[in-house]
Design a protein around this ligand. Sequence first.
Ligand code: UDP
Ligand code: MG
Length: 342
Amino acid sequence: MSSSVTPTTDPRTQAPLPPSRPPTLAIVVPCYNEQEVLPETTRRLCQLLHDLVQCGQIDEASRVWFIDDGSRDRTWQLIDLAAGQPDSRVCGIKLSRNRGHQIALLAGLLTAQGEILVSVDADLQDDLNVIPKMLDKFSRGHDIVYGVRSSRDTDTFFKRLSAEGYYRLLQRLGVEVVFNHADYRLMSRRAVEALREFPESNLFLRGLIPQLGFPTTTVTYERAERYAGESKYPLGKMLALAWQGITSFSALPLRAITALGVTVSVLSVGMGVWALFIRLFSEHAVPGWASIVIPLFLISGVQLLSLGIIGEYLAKIFIETKRRPLFFIERLVRGDAPGERG
Ligand code: UDP
Ligand code: MG
């Protein structure tokens, strides 16, 4: 475990730090039907907190924050049980229903307390050994530390191809994302407070967080197989998230309509000239079926496609203007290990 020199001033704000107090860490873990993996995740994360507190890297008020995203299995009961143990470092947040990984994660980030927030999946795919390295980077003045996968060997061929292709597509479309980074990252308190200012309903945190700015760095890690249980991100949800990433951040599809419109118009004019030429100078001037039907089909196809894309953006504006609250916390429990303040 790497130990760092505890700074005497906050490297970000230069404000003097209280002499003997290391920062408080909150590990934020969204959970949806994770009863198979949760006991092991709790054990490992609590052990990690214990070790980091022992070596003075974090304050003893540090906690693991589990967010139950409306699970239908025993996830909440397990969280509640863990938080109720004596000297527990577990806190639990129960959302009133399933809202999806991105919203559950945001709920955790905006509710958990601490100067440092690390988000991690419940299934132990993210290597917890890099958390001390992230803390090290934080103590050197970085507000955001992205966990980046060193390889995609544990993915299926299809997943690897589609994920890497998708990241490239996003970059081409001008969406700023960190290559091979999912949602395993460290954020400072001020970065989270900046994130709070975004009133978006169409959440794609991977695209949003690079918009915050602040000193940023990466750490690489090997992503393991899921420890137990099944993926809670089936193909449908994955495609929805991918589509969200494109349409929430890039106006390029809208601009492409203009380009398509120009091309089709030029083609139509060309076709019109050709039809007129046949009509005026040709012997067999009976207007052909094809010259009517083909452009008709072509143009209505393009119009439909264009309307569809415009509709997608309109839908987003529609949803954003409602300003609906994203989540409600049904219950909140806290472990009573020493160090709890206020
Ligand atoms: N998750 C969630 N709400 C959902 C779906 C997933 O909070 O509606 C959580 C899940 O419990 C896990 C994380 O999001 O902690 C990532 O999900 P998963 O590991 O199943 O995704 P994969 O690694 O297969 O892409
Ligand atoms: Mg996973």
